[in-house]
Design a protein around this ligand. Structure first.
Ligand SMILES: Cc1cc2nc3c(=O)[nH]c(=O)nc-3n(C[C@H](O)[C@H](O)[C@H](O)COP(=O)(O)OP(=O)(O)OC[C@H]3O[C@@H](n4cnc5c(N)ncnc54)[C@H](O)[C@@H]3O)c2cc1C
Ligand SMILES: *[C@@H]1O[C@H](CO)[C@@H](O)[C@H](O)[C@H]1NC(C)=O
Ligand SMILES: *[C@@H]1O[C@H](CO)[C@@H](O)[C@H](O)[C@H]1NC(C)=O
Ligand SMILES: *[C@@H]1O[C@H](CO)[C@@H](O)[C@H](O)[C@H]1NC(C)=O
Ligand SMILES: *[C@@H]1O[C@H](CO)[C@@H](O)[C@H](O)[C@H]1NC(C)=O
Ligand SMILES: *[C@@H]1O[C@H](CO)[C@@H](O)[C@H](O)[C@H]1NC(C)=O
Ligand SMILES: *[C@@H]1O[C@H](CO)[C@@H](O)[C@H](O)[C@H]1NC(C)=O
Ligand SMILES: *[C@@H]1O[C@H](CO)[C@@H](O)[C@H](O)[C@H]1NC(C)=O
Ligand SMILES: *[C@@H]1O[C@H](CO)[C@@H](O)[C@H](O)[C@H]1NC(C)=O
Ligand SMILES: *[C@@H]1O[C@H](CO)[C@@H](O)[C@H](O)[C@H]1NC(C)=O
Length: 609
């Protein structure tokens, strides 16, 4: 009671001060034209009672449980790190900074005592849809009422693209069917393929389990809790992407509901422009995908893993330099390794982080490097040969001043090493800010070695100097994406087709319990000054993977969309004419200003189009 009174009077002040501005913004509860409770109720009636009013799950941690959460506070606190729980809690998203840390349980990352619990940056209402008709009705209603729409499958998004203040959220969870069709006819072709028809709200764990039962596999992400919706639409890499192409390259048909209430099938023969757009840059941008038709693949006979670790022997600059040289030598080998069928990761860590992560006896002045390789249909002998060779090269490049150890190769069944475990993902927390780049042969192999060493050192800087930073090479491009036929490529950033590694660079130090908007601005500035500038020197013509990238990069249009941007903007305005679905660094997002303080999303008048 008290609270809503305060909001009403604040609202009047706001309207009195700037009536014009508010008209250019998506409607918020402060506006007089925000729908009344009766209007929300009639929306609810028109969608079979599937409308939920947001109840922040951690409300039970605050005096009087102001929103009447039915979850015990102790339970919420205990599970806050688990991605699977944020997926289940209708209003939540994994990285709370993006919802302005609006209602956190005490003790978790991002919590501050003063903040209290509010709906704040979370959606206002949520449609727990079970039919496409309900999604269409709700989205059309929201668009007609100038209300922002967000789409949530799991809430995992690392750039907060599945949350937003004063929005209506569309949940896709109930679209969880999975059906095998061994001879699905490709539209327009006299040809069938083996597919799984999957509801757009599934996570990879459920799909992997289902295709395992029929003796097939699909290209998806490595974490079982990640959803199909965001991963596929924005490209998507995983264990099998370097073999068969990106996740979006596997899509033969989608079912989409648009913000103006259309229910469309898109494939090679119908709505081809929309079909192209959602295969690569579509997450939360063009509409809600309720179904994907995905090509399946044979299960690899086995999966062979192996690796090595190296780091400077001691704290001297000489051994530090040796380790940089060895990292550069290894990075230059990535294209050849991948052409020979290898995938995996190369992790480089510096500073204090290296000491704790790699168990060093003292701080060193070069990187600790952890190489984890995977090969399919292979042998431990072949893997052993590869890692022995890499270890020898590291020792040579490192002039005998590195500590090098080798992980013995192991061969397992594909299923035993990929069996989903929804509770293994405990990475949810407050912040998720980093930058990434796609690197190909020119950037890894052709570049002069001294230059490569210098780039690696520059990209590894950290905001707090001694803290150190992580650099993670994902061996996820290569033969698969480059051999994908043109008609299956969709709108994925073309740089993926010649990329070998997708490299994520960390290094910011976030004031977790501070104000989120301020923290993000500081973080964005650090990445822009310290890292984006390095990528632009090192790999000016490639770009970045938008699901795991820096949404604040100044060159985001080039980096995430490349030459496709203008065509995509036309399609965005065609399929979401009211621009109801906004995501940070989304297509046309520069036409809007979004702010975590006010929660408002407002149209910018002067944009160059
Ligand atoms: C622990 C972890 C591991 C990861 N591992 C990988 C990996 O191995 N490979 C990889 O490529 N990426 C990986 N990612 C990144 C991942 O692809 C993105 O976080 C992606 O956005 C997740 O999609 P989602 O649907 O699960 O999440 P959500 O947060 O629900 O959605 C992400 C975006 O997609 C939109 N969206 C979701 N569903 C739909 C739908 N049905 N229709 C329309 N729009 C939709 C949302 O609006 C939002 O913009 C990982 C992320 C995390 C947190
Ligand atoms: C929508 O209707 C259902 C069923 O009557 C009800 O349980 C739910 O609380 C309603 N939602 C809202 C936001 O009023
Ligand atoms: C976001 O948090 C800040 C404090 O960090 C607060 O001042 C602001 O009102 C919040 N905004 C919303 C929309 O909740
Ligand atoms: C959402 O809908 C599903 C299917 O109808 C239901 O099982 C679930 O309980 C609903 N969730 C909430 C929070 O009401
Ligand atoms: C389609 O393919 C089948 C078998 O591959 C063939 O028998 C048939 O004639 C083809 N039809 C057309 C119209 O090409
Ligand atoms: C592994 O071998 C099987 C059987 O020969 C084959 O069908 C499959 O495509 C191979 N998988 C990979 C990832 O190379
Ligand atoms: C090591 O290098 C750092 C920075 O390049 C320099 O400040 C330091 O003096 C060097 N230490 C030694 C022992 O040479
Ligand atoms: C380390 O490398 C830098 C240049 O990268 C060089 O200036 C320095 O002398 C080297 N230090 C040692 C101890 O080899
Ligand atoms: C490198 O290995 C030696 C011998 O095991 C050990 O004494 C030293 O502490 C190691 N160096 C680091 C930085 O951990
Ligand atoms: C790997 O190769 C090395 C060097 O050739 C050899 O000593 C070792 O026994 C091999 N290990 C395995 C598991 O094959």
């Amino acid at each position: 009671m008290h609270l809503s009174f305060a909001v009403v009077s604040w609202c009047l002040t706001f309207l009195a001060v700037s009536p014009v501005e508010s008209a250019k913004c998506k409607t918020s509860p402060r506006d007089s034209n925000w729908p009344s409770v009766q209007e929300w109720t009639s929306l609810n009636l028109s969608i079979q009672g599937t409308l939920l009013k947001t109840i922040p799950v951690a409300s039970s941690c605050y005096p009087g449980n102001p929103f009447a959460s039915s979850h015990e506070c102790s339970d919420v606190r205990a599970h806050w790190k688990y991605a699977a729980y944020h997926s289940r809690w209708p209003e939540s998203n994994d990285y709370s900074v993006w919802n302005n840390n609006s209602c956190l349980p005490p003790g978790v990352s991002g919590y501050s005592k003063e903040k209290g619990c509010s709906v704040g940056g979370l959606p206002q209402y949520i449609v727990n849809a079970t039919t496409e008709k309900q999604i269409a009705t709700a989205m059309k209603w929201a668009s007609d009422n100038n209300i922002r729409i967000i789409i949530k499958s799991t809430g995992h998004d690392l750039s907060g693209r599945s949350t937003g203040a004063y929005s209506l959220s569309i949940l896709t969870h109930n679209f969880n069917h999975i059906q095998h069709q061994p001879a699905w006819k490709i539209p327009g072709k006299n040809k069938t393929i083996d597919v799984v028809v999957c509801g757009g709200g599934n996570n990879w764990g459920d799909v992997y389990t289902a295709v395992h039962r029929i003796g097939r596999t699909v290209v998806g992400g490595e974490d079982a809790t990640v959803g199909l919706g965001g991963l596929i639409q924005n490209g998507g890499h995983g264990l099998l992407s370097s073999t068969y192409g990106l996740a979006s390259d596997q899509v033969y048909q989608v079912t989409v509901v648009t913000s103006d209430g259309r229910h469309l099938i898109a494939n090679d023969q119908q709505n081809q422009d929309l079909f192209w757009a959602v295969r690569g840059t579509g997450g939360g941008q063009f509409g809600v995908i309720t179904e994907f038709v995905l090509q399946t693949h044979p299960v690899p006979a086995n999966i062979v893993t192996g690796g090595l670790t190296f780091y400077p022997q001691d704290s001297s600059n000489a051994t530090g330099n040796a380790s940089w040289a060895a990292l550069a030598g290894l990075a230059s080998k990535i294209p050849d390794l991948m052409d020979a069928g290898i995938t995996g990761t190369v992790m480089s860590i510096t500073g204090k982080q290296a000491v704790s992560y790699a168990g060093l006896s003292e701080a060193v002045s070069g990187p600790a490097v952890i190489v984890s390789l995977t090969e399919f249909n292979s042998s431990t002998k072949r893997m052993n040969d590869t890692i022995q060779r890499l270890a020898t090269e590291a020792a040579d490049n490192g002039q005998a001043s590195l500590n090098i150890s080798v992980t013995n190769p192991a061969s397992r069944s594909y299923w035993s090493s990929t069996k989903p475990n929804l509770l293994s993902s405990q990475s949810a927390g407050a912040t998720s800010l980093f930058t990434s780049r796609l690197l190909g042969r020119p950037e890894l192999y052709d570049v002069p070695r001294e230059k490569l060493i210098h780039y690696l050192q520059r990209i590894s800087v950290s905001q707090v100097p001694d803290q150190g930073a992580m650099l993670l090479f994902g061996l996820q491009g290569g033969p698969g994406p480059s051999s994908t036929p043109e008609e299956r490529r969709g709108s994925v950033l073309p740089a993926w087709r010649s990329a070998y590694a997708h490299v994520m660079a960390y290094g910011s130090s976030f004031d977790e319990s501070g104000d989120p908007q301020t923290g993000l601005e500081i973080g964005a500035k650090f990445y822009e000054d310290a890292k984006e500038s390095v990528w632009r020197d090192w790999a000016p013509n490639t770009g970045s993977y938008m699901n795991e990238g820096n949404p604040f990069a100044a060159n985001w249009k080039h980096d995430f969309y490349g030459v496709n941007y203008n065509r995509l903007l036309g399609l965005k305005l065609k399929y979401d004419p009211s621009e109801s679905i906004f995501v940070t660094s989304g297509i046309g997002s520069d036409r809007w200003l979004s702010d975590l303080h006010s929660g408002l999303l407002c149209r910018i008048e002067s944009t160059s189009e």
